[in-house]
Design a protein around this ligand. Structure first.
Ligand code: AMP
Ligand code: ZN
Length: 451
């Protein structure tokens, strides 16, 4: 079966067929490194990671690039607040991001591109846009994209641009704005005193890039003028990705991206999880509660990436128990690794290749583990095969010979934790300790070891 992906451009599921034969060219919008990303942000990176894994599982070679926005309005604002240089400030959060994605078992892209390493490339794209008559300089020396000159403006977000254009007088300098704020947007921002010591002296003058030009320039510099897949969260559709199309296609005259793919939101109390609304959690909030980050990955995989999910601690707790059950079933299978069961593999493949239907793929995993007709060794091989896509870390689990009594106490303790009966959970931990074992919740799941 051919891979099928939902393309935001056509608003339809399409058969996947890459532009070139050699490899799939894939760009993901990465984090703005001005704070710890919240777990909603991580949905975007877990989605991109799953997509990459599905492509590799389908036999494609993938060249994946993810950017790090280390220069924009927010990084300048918050580095100044903390009295740090932009570099010192953004490098700290970049390192934290690297640690987080490791704990979520997200495979690193071929390259992380830092925006500040691509200023020359951004200037080149802006100059092409000026030359092509699609951009203009304003009085203060900033450069803006003229949306009225680009006939395809609005094709991704499906804006009724004719109406919008009527209202779209003037221009907008800030990086982030909404659909009701359609304007000419800044490609290059002339220095003003609020920028402090953050500026570059270039042939466009003293200033800094707008956020949107960063991804157009980095994508073109690393993957070429035309790419297969570009991902981000749905809130990136407008204005960020719409503006990327305008910039890239305006500069090259060629279609920029074949498949635009976007993940839906993580909500809290049915409202988008967002820094600005202060209704967010970070991975640190999970680990503070002794929750393995992979349980969050697992919880997300239980829903399709295009459906909204409402985050509640109880649901995450339930996912963690289910994940531990899976780990337990797996470690019970013994040491031997047999052959992948092709019947189960075909089912699993059909689901993941159908626009990443991970909820149904997980049902196949449970069915496999329950199937008494399959040998333990073959089950083990098949789970490991599926985990190339799921990334739940089965390969890192080690068999532990733990007495039945201790195992039962551990399961009881899990239940107590789900029921939020922390007193009971503490008592059970002590009982487990008294039998000579201790439990630790680690990135690879619950680890039981001898004291
Ligand atoms: P930002 O650092 O704000 O550019 O966001 C990083 C990524 O997270 C982008 O792809 C966003 O679309 C995505 N994102 C932001 N908030 C959420 C959310 N609540 N749920 C899912 N994805 C989100
Ligand atoms: Zn981007």
């Amino acid at each position: 079966m051919a891979l099928k992906f939902y393309n935001t451009l056509s608003r339809a599921k399409e058969d996947f067929s890459p532009i070139g034969k050699k490899e799939v060219l894939f760009y993901s919008c990465g984090p703005t490194v001005y704070n710890y990303p919240h777990i909603g942000n991580y949905r975007a990176y877990i989605f991109a990671d799953t997509l990459k894994r599905v492509l590799s599982y389908g036999g494609y070679k993938v060249k994946h690039i993810m950017n790090l926005t280390d220069i924009d309005d927010k990084t300048i604002r918050d580095s100044q607040k903390e009295g740090k240089t932009l570099k010192e400030f953004t490098e700290f959060y970049t390192e934290e991001f690297y640690k987080d994605i490791k704990s979520l078992n997200i495979l690193p892209p071929k390259k992380f591109t830092k925006a500040t390493d691509y200023i020359d490339e951004m200037v080149d794209v802006i100059k092409k846009l000026l030359k092509n008559g699609l951009a203009y300089k304003s009085e203060d020396g900033s450069v803006y994209f003229n949306i009225k000159k680009f006939s395809n403006y609005g094709k991704l977000s499906h804006l009724v641009i004719e109406n919008q254009k009527e209202n779209a007088s003037g221009r907008i300098k800030k990086d982030e704005y909404g659909k009701d704020d359609v304007h000419d947007f800044a490609l290059w921002k002339a220095w003003d005193e609020k920028d402090g010591d953050v500026f570059w002296e270039t042939s466009l003058g003293k200033g800094r890039p707008g956020w949107h030009i960063e991804c157009s320039a980095m994508s073109m510099a690393t993957l070429g003028e035309q790419i297969d897949i570009h991902t981000g969260g749905v809130d990136n559709i407008f204005p960020h990705h719409e503006n990327e199309i305008a910039q890239s296609e305006g500069a090259t005259g060629k279609p920029f991206v074949k498949y635009w793919m976007h993940n839906e939101w993580v909500l809290v109390d049915q409202k988008k999880m967002a820094k600005s609304d202060k209704n967010f959690y970070t991975l640190r909030d999970l680990t503070d509660k002794d929750i393995n980050p992979i349980a969050y990955r697992f919880w997300l995989l239980m829903a399709n990436y295009r459906t909204r999910v409402n985050f509640v601690w109880e649901a995450l707790g339930g996912a963690e128990v289910a994940l531990k059950r899976l780990y337990h079933l797996y470690t019970e299978l013994g040491e031997k690794i047999g052959k992948v069961n092709t019947e189960y593999q075909n089912k699993f493949r059909t689901f993941v290749e159908d626009d990443l239907d991970t909820p149904r793929a997980l049902v196949v995993l449970w069915d496999l583990l329950k199937d008494e007709k399959i040998s333990n060794a073959d089950k083990k091989a098949t789970v490991l095969d599926f985990d190339q896509v799921l990334g739940l870390g089965f390969d890192k689990l080690k068999e532990e010979k733990v007495p039945e009594k201790v195992k039962l106490l551990i399961l009881e303790r899990e239940k107590a934790r789900v029921d939020k009966d922390f007193k009971k959970s503490d008592e059970l931990r002590k009982e487990i300790n008294s039998l000579g074992y201790e439990i630790k919740d680690t990135n690879e799941g619950q680890k039981v070891s001898r004291i």
